[in-house]
Design a protein around this ligand. Structure first.
Ligand SMILES: Nc1nc2c(ncn2[C@@H]2O[C@H](COP(=O)(O)OP(=O)(O)O)[C@@H](O)[C@H]2O)c(=O)[nH]1
Ligand SMILES: [Mg+2]
Length: 318
C-alpha cells in the first residue's frame, strides 16, 4: 500500500504536577515544604529521513503523543522530564498545520520542533517565602501543544516510469531496482506506485494511464497526481501493438487536461520490448520521437546490455 497523504493529531506531553508535600518525620510534625517540581512533558520533533519512501506508517495512526512529565514528590524530588519524541518523515514531506494553515517542508534531517511539551509545575519548595514558610500548594503541569496536521509527499521519486498499461513499466522497475512489483500481461496490474531504489535514486513505477483518467474515468486521476511528484519522466512505449505515436499522444493528452505543467516536465521516451519487433520498426519510431525533440532510449528485458545502458543514462540524468 502506498500512502502519500494523511491527517493526524500530534500531542506533546503534559508537564508533571509539582508536589505540595510538607516535611513530616520523627524530628518535626509540621515541617517546611519539601515537594519537588514536576518534569517537563516530551516535545515532538519531525525530521527527514532518506530511508522512508511514503507515509504508510501513519495511515492508521490517528494520533502521535509524547509522554507526560513525571510528578514532583516529597523529599524535594523533581519529577523526570519525559523524553522528546522524534518522528521521521520522508524527505519532501509537506506538513500543514490545519488550524493555522501554516506550511512546513521537510527538506533535510534537521529536527523541527513541532509540538512543545508542557512545562512541569513547580513544587511547593519554590513558593516558600518569609511570610509563608509552609505553602501547602503547588502548580499543576502545563498541557503540551496539540496540533492537527496534514502530511503530504511532495516528491515520491526522482524518476517516474509512465506509459499505458502493459508498456513494461513494472518489469523495468524490477530489473532497474530490487523492487518486486506485480507484473502481468494485462492492464491494471499495478494500482498504486511501486518505488524501488537504483542505488540512491528512487524510481517509481506509476500505474497505467488510460484515456479519461484526467476526468476521473478508469482508475482516476490519482496517477496523474503521482506523476506530478516525480522529477523526470521516462515515458515507456511498447511497439508490439498499436501506433506508438498515438499511444504517446494519449498519455500527453491526459497530462494536458489534468495539469499543463506536466507537459513541461523533463521527459525521455523509452521504447520497450524491442526483442518483440524488428529493428526497422524500432528505428522508424525512434526517428519520429527524435523529430519531436525527445531523447529516445530503447530496451529489452532479454538484453542485459540495454538495461545496463539504461541504468547509466538514468543515473547521469539525475
Ligand atoms: N518479450 C518481452 N516482454 C516484456 C518485456 N518487458 C515486459 N514484458 C512483458 O510485458 C508484460 C507487461 O509488463 P508489465 O511490466 O506488467 O507492464 P506495465 O503494465 O507497464 O507495468 C509482462 O508480461 C512482461 O513480462 C521485454 O522487454 N520483452
Ligand atoms: Mg505495472
Amino acid at each position: 500500500m502506498f500512502v502519500d497523504e494523511v491527517t493526524l493529531t500530534v500531542k506533546a506531553g503534559k508537564g508533571g504536577d509539582g508536589s505540595p508535600s510538607l516535611l513530616r518525620n520523627g524530628m518535626t510534625a509540621r515541617g517546611g515544604p519539601d515537594g519537588g517540581n514536576g518534569g517537563d512533558g516530551g516535545s515532538i520533533y519531525f525530521r527527514g529521513s532518506n530511508n522512508l519512501r511514503d507515509l504508510r506508517e501513519f495511515n492508521f495512526k490517528k494520533k502521535i503523543t509524547a509522554l507526560d512529565g513525571k510528578k514532583g514528590a516529597k523529599n524535594k524530588l523533581h519529577g523526570k522530564n519525559a523524553d522528546d519524541l522524534t518522528v521521521f518523515l520522508p524527505l519532501g514531506t509537506r506538513i500543514t498545520d490545519l488550524q493555522t494553515e501554516k506550511v512546513y517542508e521537510i527538506v533535510d534531517d534537521a529536527p523541527l520542533l513541532f509540538a512543545r511539551g508542557g512545562q512541569g509545575g513547580r513544587g511547593n519548595i519554590e513558593f516558600k517565602t518569609s511570610t509563608n514558610q509552609a505553602p501547602a500548594y503547588a502548580e499543576h503541569g502545563k498541557g503540551g501543544q496539540e496540533k492537527k496536521i496534514k502530511l503530504e509527499l511532495r516528491i515520491i521519486a526522482d524518476i517516474g516510469l509512465i506509459g499505458l498499461p502493459n508498456a513494461g513499466k513494472s518489469s523495468l522497475l524490477s530489473v532497474l531496482t530490487h523492487a518486486t512489483p506485480k507484473i502481468g500481461n494485462y492492464p491494471f496490474t499495478t494500482l498504486e506506485p511501486n518505488i524501488g531504489m537504483m542505488g540512491s535514486v528512487p524510481i517509481a513505477d506509476i500505474p497505467g494511464l488510460i484515456e479519461g483518467a484526467a476526468d476521473g474515468r478508469g482508475l482516476g486521476a490519482a496517477f496523474l497526481k503521482h506523476i506530478e511528484k516525480t522529477k523526470i519522466l521516462v515515458h515507456c512505449i511498447e511497439l508490439t501493438d498499436g501506433d506508438a505515436q498515438e499511444k504517446y499522444q494519449t498519455v500527453r493528452a491526459e497530462f494536458e487536461s489534468f495539469n499543463i505543467e506536466l507537459l513541461e516536465k523533463p521527459e525521455i521516451v523509452l521504447l520497450t520490448k524491442i526483442d518483440l519487433v524488428d529493428d526497422k520498426t524500432v528505428q522508424k519510431n525512434k526517428k519520429l520521437f527524435e523529430k519531436k525533440g525527445k531523447k529516445v532510449l530503447t530496451c529489452s528485458l532479454l538484453d542485459d546490455k540495454s538495461i545496463k545502458d539504461l541504468q547509466k543514462e538514468l543515473a547521469d540524468l539525475i
